[in-house]
Design a protein around this ligand. Sequence first.
Ligand SMILES: *Cc1c(COP(=O)(O)O)cnc(C)c1O
Length: 424
Amino acid sequence: MTAYQFTEAFAKEMDAQDSLATFRNEFHIPVIHGKESIYLTGNSLGLLPKTARAYVEQEFLDWQNFGVEGHTEAKNPWLYYHHTLSKQAAAIVGAQEKEVVVMNNLTANLHLMMVSFYRPNATRYKMIIEGAAFPSDQYAVDSQAKFHGLDPKEAIIELKPREGEHILRSEDILATIEANKDSLALVMLGGVNYYTGQVYEMQKITEAAHAAGAFCGFDLAHGAGNYPVKLHDWDVDFAVWCSYKYLNSGPGGTSGVFVHERHGNNPEIPRFAGWWGHNEKERFLMKREFMPTEGAQGWQLSNAQIFPMAIHKASLDIFERAGFGNLRAKSITLTGYLEFVLQSLTESSNLDFQIITPADPEQRGCQLSVLVKANGKALYDYLKAQSIIVDWREPNVIRMAPVPLYNRYLDIYELGKAIQAFGN
Ligand SMILES: *Cc1c(COP(=O)(O)O)cnc(C)c1O
């Protein structure tokens, strides 16, 4: 690979050689302060695919023309709409089609998964999570513990980085699992930490959890569409993710769920049930006894949310065309360029900042989290005034996520120039 250079010519040359460059034209890039923005917050809300409108319009048309008959007469019959997403969603998370279902929203699905996979008893009742987990996940796990009559302070073990460090060491995660092996019920981590961008060693963690007699699940909100995972091969018990971050499926968009086939084929596993999870062939016989349909679909509650799913379908079609492997390859190079530019700035300006995301590409996706030691908020505001959208996290972190589908090397160069101007 060519050595990186912090020059406009280099960035433009990289864009010219990028075989995925045209995908940028398939997205609406927000215009902010009258200028096409440099959008580096696909980790928070991915951009709108231009095709999404037509996918949604199709459903409006079918609703307009068929009313209730759309369940069977629509171009994509609503009764089975969720089926159209499973194969592509499974490809994103390294799963078999049957192991994946798209439904509900992320936190709701996390609860549904914990109903099945966090079933504390007198001896096994502990759950290991990240110390600085996303707030929704913290509230979800605490409320699950309380729901079972447990004190979260005793039931929930939080992993913390060592003094003076920002990311978790694998050895410490594994040691915590080992130390609690007699009382551990579940390990539930964000596969990619939302704050630091750290990717955990999911396969090793899953093995350790299983060896300890516990289940293991991941919240892939920041993993899905960003970092390649192999949920089936890694033997993960369950996972959940949202579709509106790297998967570009719109604010409040639908969510994905993975349940390993080992559990999906076990009708005995306790779950909260609804009619859409019932054996599909008998759903409309309106029988009294719940018989879950096989696989992850057996966790569905309600009939499919056609409109958010139509947007998701538009996005998944783009992912399939681009190829997740290609996207990941570009992502590594693009994020490497961001790292290079930031590092050259720390050497050449008065700015005092530190990248807290791991330097090893295997331990990160596209996001870099930058701890700014002084004037962080002022830098963030300055960038925004220049139509550069990054993300500010209290107390002192700026997250930047160059997304391979629509970000360019030139975006990184211009970000670098703006940071440089601020520092001088
Ligand atoms: C974005 C995110 C959420 C948001 O949850 P919703 O239910 O979609 O509102 C939850 N957990 C993590 C780890 C996230 O990154």
